[in-house]
Design a protein around this ligand. Structure first.
Ligand code: CP3
Length: 340
C-alpha cells in the first residue's frame, strides 16, 4: 500500500488527510536549536549529511507527520553554482548580487554535481529512516531564486530583479534559463537519491504582473515538470506559486503539477473549483493562527478541513511555520487533523 501522501498526490481523497508543515524543521524546536548550536553556520548544517538528516527527522519523531521535507534551503542552488552565500544572524541570507553579464558569467553549472553531493547523501540517509512517511525533495522556482540572486538579500518587493527583467530582458532571460536547467538537474538528482515527491517553491510569484507571471512563473514550472515527468514519471511535483491569486487556475492547468500549494490568502473552496478534480491541493492554515493557538487555531483548521473533505488534500500551512510557534500548538494541530 502506497504512502498516504503519495496516494493523495495521485488523486485519491485520503481521509483524514496527510499532514506536514512548511519549515517543520527549524528554530521553534528545541532539538533543532541544539543541533544548530553545534555547527558553525546554516550552510554547514545544510551540507553536513548526518546533522541535516537528523533535523529532517525531528518533526516526524515528535509529531508523527506524514512527510519529511529535506532539510536544506532554496539558496543552496546559487551557492552550488558558486555565488557566495551566508546567513547573517537575525538578518537572513546575504549573497553578492548579480547585476550584469560578468556576474552571470561567474556562475558555473559544472560545480553542481560536486557541490550537491552532500544534499544527495542527506536524502539517502533520510529515505532509509522515514518508514511510512514520504520524503519530499525541493527547490526554489527560478523566479524566486533569481529574486535573492539579483537583490543579494531578502527584500519586501525585490525591486532589483523586477527592474532587471524590464531593463535588460536578454540578461534576465539567460539567468532564468540557467536556473531552469540547473533546477531540472538538481531535482532529478534528488529523485534519483530517494526523494518520493518534489516541491517547487515560488514564494515571490505574486509580485509579478500577469504577462510576466506567465513567462517567469508558469513557463519555467511547465518546463521543469515536463522534464522531471519524462525522467521520473511516477514522482509527483507540488507547485507553490505563492499569492498567485486569479492566476492560480492557469498555473494549475498549464504547468502539469500533481499538487498545488495554497498560500494563506487563497480560499480553499474557490481554489478547488479552479483546478482539475484529481489535483491535490495543499495548505493553508495561517502560520499566525498556529502561533496564536486555540481557539483560533482549531476553528480555522476545522474550516479548512470542512472545505476540503472528500477531495485529494494535504494539510499544511499557507507559508512557513514561525520560529516563535509553541511546539504544543503543532502537536494539537496534528491531533485535530488526524482525528478529522
Ligand atoms: O523544514 C523545511 O521546510 C525544510 C527546509 C527549508 C528551509 N528553507 C530551511 C531554513 C525550506 C523548504 C526552505 C525554503 C526557503 N528558503 C524558501 C521558500 C519558502 C518560503 O519560506 O517562502 C525561501 C524564500 C528561503 C530563503 C530563506 N532561508 C530565508 C529568507 C531565510 C531567512 C529567514 C529565516 O527564517 O531565518 C532562510 C533561512 C532558513 N531556511 C532557516 C531554515 C530552518 C533558518 C536558519 C537558521 O536556522 O538560523
Amino acid at each position: 500500500m502506497a504512502k498516504r501522501l503519495l496516494r493523495t498526490l495521485a488523486g485519491e481523497a485520503v481521509w483524514p488527510p496527510p499532514i506536514w508543515l512548511m519549515r517543520q524543521a527549524g528554530r521553534y524546536l528545541p532539538e533543532y536549536r541544539a543541533v544548530r548550536a553545534g555547527v558553525p553556520d546554516f550552510v554547514s548544517l545544510c551540507t553536513t549529511p548526518a546533522q541535516a538528516a537528523e533535523v529532517t527527522l525531528q518533526p516526524l519523531r515528535r509529531f508523527g507527520m506524514d512527510a519529511a521535507i529535506l532539510f536544506s534551503d532554496i539558496l543552496i542552488l546559487p551557492w552550488a553554482l558558486g555565488q557566495g552565500l551566508r546567513f547573517a544572524e537575525g538578518e537572513g541570507p546575504v549573497l553578492p548580487p548579480i547585476r550584469d553579464a560578468a556576474g552571470l558569467a561567474a556562475l558555473d553549472p559544472g560545480r553542481l554535481p560536486q557541490a550537491i553531493a552532500a544534499v544527495l547523501e542527506t536524502i539517502e540517509r533520510v529515505r532509509a529512516a522515514v518508514g511510512e512517511a514520504a520524503l519530499i525533495g525541493f527547490a526554489g522556482a527560478p523566479f524566486t531564486v533569481a529574486c535573492y540572486m539579483v537583490e543579494g538579500k531578502g527584500a519586501k518587493e525585490f525591486p532589483a530583479v523586477r527592474l532587471l527583467a524590464w531593463r535588460d530582458p536578454a540578461l534576465f532571460a539567460r539567468l532564468m534559463e540557467l536556473l531552469t536547467e540547473t533546477t531540472i538537474a538538481y531535482l532529478s538528482a534528488q529523485i534519483a537519491a530517494g526523494a518520493e515527491a518534489v516541491m517547487l517553491f515560488d514564494s515571490w510569484a505574486g509580485l509579478l504582473p500577469p504577462r510576466q507571471f506567465r513567462d517567469f512563473v508558469i513557463a519555467p514550472a511547465a518546463r521543469i515538470v515536463a522534464a522531471l515527468r519524462t525522467r521520473h514519471p511516477q514522482v509527483p511535483v507540488i507547485g507553490f506559486p505563492r499569492l498567485a491569486g486569479l492566476l492560480l487556475g492557469e498555473y494549475a492547468a498549464r504547468t502539469g503539477v500533481q499538487g498545488l500549494g495554497l498560500d494563506t490568502a487563497a480560499d480553499p473552496a474557490r481554489a478547488r473549483a479552479m483546478v482539475p478534480p484529481a489535483m491535490a491541493l495543499q495548505g493553508n492554515l495561517d502560520p499566525l493562527a498556529l502561533l496564536a493557538g486555540n481557539p483560533a487555531q482549531a476553528a480555522e483548521t476545522a474550516a479548512i478541513l470542512a472545505a476540503m473533505r472528500g477531495t485529494p488534500f494535504v494539510f499544511n500551512l499557507g507559508h512557513g511555520i514561525l520560529p516563535e510557534t509553541p511546539p504544543d500548538h503543532v502537536a494539537s494541530l496534528v491531533r485535530q487533523v488526524q482525528g478529522a
